[in-house]
Design a protein around this ligand. Structure first.
Ligand code: FE2
Ligand code: FE2
Length: 377
């Protein structure tokens, strides 16, 4: 009976992890599961639970739930660095014998960016749990086999669109989260985990209408989803903070002597400039990349950073917007981040033009920069 090796940050583990593992155990007739929590080096640790906590949460999530013995192996923490999958799998093989490596469909899609992917496929069979809407599973398998050889087992599984980032965002905002197994949730509650933004949430509840707060939360979920879907590698906390605070000044238009462009005063774009200043003053945000993502979320601008584009796009396609053509724009940004961003910009520009009146200069510049053809029309 093979042993399944399953790695992940488990920050926190969620029900889709449990489902995938259970499916793999059943399909492969595995007698044992080795769970390998990812070691995250200290500089990456902002916003992550400590290793020991994630290991404990993984144990709580999987033990007694997947139909096989569960071992949580802390090899990555012991090694501390150079935790490449191919090296770890060699070690696991020595330790546990006949192994199968279980990964998600997204990982198979991105495996070309891992260190020595060919060595992974040489080490052991790879089982894949595809995620819903993550592309054609059979095509991904064929491509992997052509490129690396070895054995690739596609599980008869369709993972729901749940990511740890999404779960984490819900927990941090104090929203109910039914994607977390009960035992994990009890541990989270009794240890007061994910309480870092409680004060911010209280403040926001005091300053934003229910509708605006709902929109801000939807923008957070959208931003976190896009970040993980397109593997944009943006720091979780930055994405979370920028999206959560992007409209903090929307219902607080008082200038309070803060430094905002004069030509924005009295216009709908004022709240982006004021929002950046008030995020600094009222929430203590100091990172300029977060502040800039807030500062340009309405107008856009030329030469935007990934974080700026992410917040701009997440705001325009947030889950609380259901009117035409947002669902189509959402689908476009789901399919391709850069093109989706440009489509959102084109749509917004067309809408402003149709309305008549002055388009804010930064938006004109953004259109000239990203959509020169459109600007020439
Ligand atoms: Fe806004
Ligand atoms: Fe917004």
């Amino acid at each position: 009976m093979p042993t399944i090796v399953f790695g992940g940050a488990f920050d926190p583990p969620h029900k889709e992890h449990v489902r995938a593992l259970k499916c793999a155990v059943g399909t492969l007739g595995a007698g044992r599961v080795v769970v390998l929590p990812t070691y995250l080096p200290p500089h990456k640790s902002a916003g992550y639970l400590p290793f020991a906590t994630r290991a404990e949460l993984a144990r709580l999530a999987f033990e007694g739930e997947v139909g096989a013995e569960v071992v949580v192996d802390c090899e990555e923490e012991r090694r501390g660095k150079d935790n490449y999958a191919y090296v770890l799998l060699g070690e696991m093989k020595k330790r546990y014998g006949d192994i199968v490596y279980l990964i998600g469909g997204d990982s198979l899609r991105d495996i070309g960016t891992w260190r020595h992917p060919e060595k992974i496929f040489r080490e052991c069979p790879v089982a894949v749990a595809p995620r819903k809407g993550a592309g054609d599973a059979a095509k991904l398998r064929r491509k992997a086999l052509e490129t690396y050889g070895g054995e690739v087992i596609m599980l008869d599984f369709e993972g729901d669109d749940v990511s740890s980032g999404r779960v984490k965002a819900e927990l941090l905002m104090g929203l109910g989260c039914d994607a977390v197994p009960q035992k994990v949730m009890r541990y989270i509650e009794s240890h007061g985990l994910f309480g870092e933004y409680r004060e911010w949430m209280e403040k926001l509840r005091g300053m934003e209408s229910e509708e605006l707060l709902d929109h801000s939360a939807s923008a957070v979920m959208r931003a976190v989803d896009l970040n993980s879907r397109h593997n944009l590698k943006q720091d979780f906390c930055k994405v979370f903070e920028a999206a959560l605070l992007h409209d903090n000044a929307k219902e607080r238009p008082s200038l309070d002597g803060l430094d905002v462009p004069e030509d924005s005063v009295g216009t709908p774009v004022l709240h982006q400039f004021l929002g950046a200043e008030k995020a600094k003053r009222d929430f203590g945000v100091t990172e300029t990349d977060i502040l800039d993502a807030i500062r340009y979320h309405t107008t856009a601008k030329p030469d935007m950073t990934v974080l700026e584009k992410l917040i701009y796009t997440a705001d325009s396609t947030s889950y609380d917007r259901e009117y035409d053509p947002i669902p189509q724009l959402r689908a476009a940004t789901d399919a391709d981040f850069e093109r989706g961003f440009e489509e959102v910009l084109a749509y917004t520009y067309a809408k402003l033009k149709k309305k008549g009146g002055r388009v804010y200069p930064l938006t004109e510049e953004a259109v000239r920069y990203y959509l020169p053809q459109l600007a020439a029309e």
